[in-house]
Ligand binder design. Structure first.
Ligand code: FER
Length: 246
């Protein structure tokens, strides 16, 4: 059963779709969030949603500020806005009567968000699932580059332009303040990290490093695959389904 609606996040409309497992009054629920420039209909997001549904888990896909059908312009999005949006989505999910256990899963920048919200709302999740998490963004923003575009980290420009996208300097200002290790430390529950070892956008070493830093993490490697698992989408799906069925 699919429902489509908006969740209010302090006046910002967050576009959401809820895919509930059929024939069950109650079920676990996983919140699922896309990455930078992404949205909820991408192949890897749909593959993740369908795999979790097959494992008996309902899925709430949500699009963050400046992405998909949610409010806001892409150029104005920041990680603080995404954190505020994600907190609103978590609050909404906790209000749903049918939900037994709650999970949080996000891809890339959504994986970074998953790691931050995991630390901030540690009591709310049975497990968190960062997919190819782009948790080096704060570090590289402090060093003066994002996605291969360079800038002076001490004199942040008004706009950052890659050719493919444009961001306000506030994206960098916000990213530079974030220390992901602190939120890794604050989350003691189970963590499933899935990462392709030929990821061209987020080096696989960041998946390995995060798996070591968490107290209770499992890393599933998708061998020979890229940032969005385009070569072995079935392996992403199988890893998620197996995690929820065990
Ligand atoms: C970066 C490296 C990777 C970055 C973003 C990503 C914005 C990936 C994001 C995604 O796919 O969500 O430096 O800066």
């Amino acid at each position: 059963m699919l429902q489509e609606f908006y969740i209010d996040s302090d006046g910002v409309k967050i576009h959401a779709k809820l895919d509930r497992v059929e024939g069950k009054d109650k079920s676990p629920l996983c919140i699922l969030i896309h990455g930078f420039t992404g949205h909820m209909e991408e192949d890897h997001i749909i593959a993740a949603q369908q795999a979790m549904n097959r494992a008996g888990v309902s899925v709430l896909r949500a699009e963050m500020y400046g992405h998909g059908g949610s409010d806001g312009e892409f150029k104005d999005h920041t990680l603080y806005k995404w954190v505020t949006n994600a907190l609103s989505v978590v609050k909404y999910a906790k209000s749903l009567d049918f939900v037994t256990d709650l999970y949080l899963c996000g891809h890339s920048q959504g994986g970074l968000l998953t790691m931050l919200i995991g630390g901030m709302c540690a009591d709310d999740f049975k497990a968190i699932i960062p997919l190819s998490p782009a948790w080096m963004i704060p570090e590289v923003a402090r060093e003066g580059s994002i996605l291969g575009t360079s800038f002076d980290p001490k004199h942040i420009p008004e706009k950052i332009n890659s050719g493919d996208w444009e961001l306000s300097g506030d994206y960098i200002r916000v990213a530079q303040t974030i220390h992901v290790e602190d939120e890794i430390d604050r989350y003691e529950g189970p963590v499933l990290i899935i990462h392709g070892d030929e990821d061209e956008a987020v080096p696989y070493s960041y998946g390995e490093k995060a798996a070591k830093l968490y107290k209770n993490a499992k890393l599933v490697t998708i061998h020979g695959d890229d940032h969005c698992y385009t070569r072995h989408l079935n392996e992403l799906a199988d890893a998620l389904q197996a995690f929820f069925e065990n």
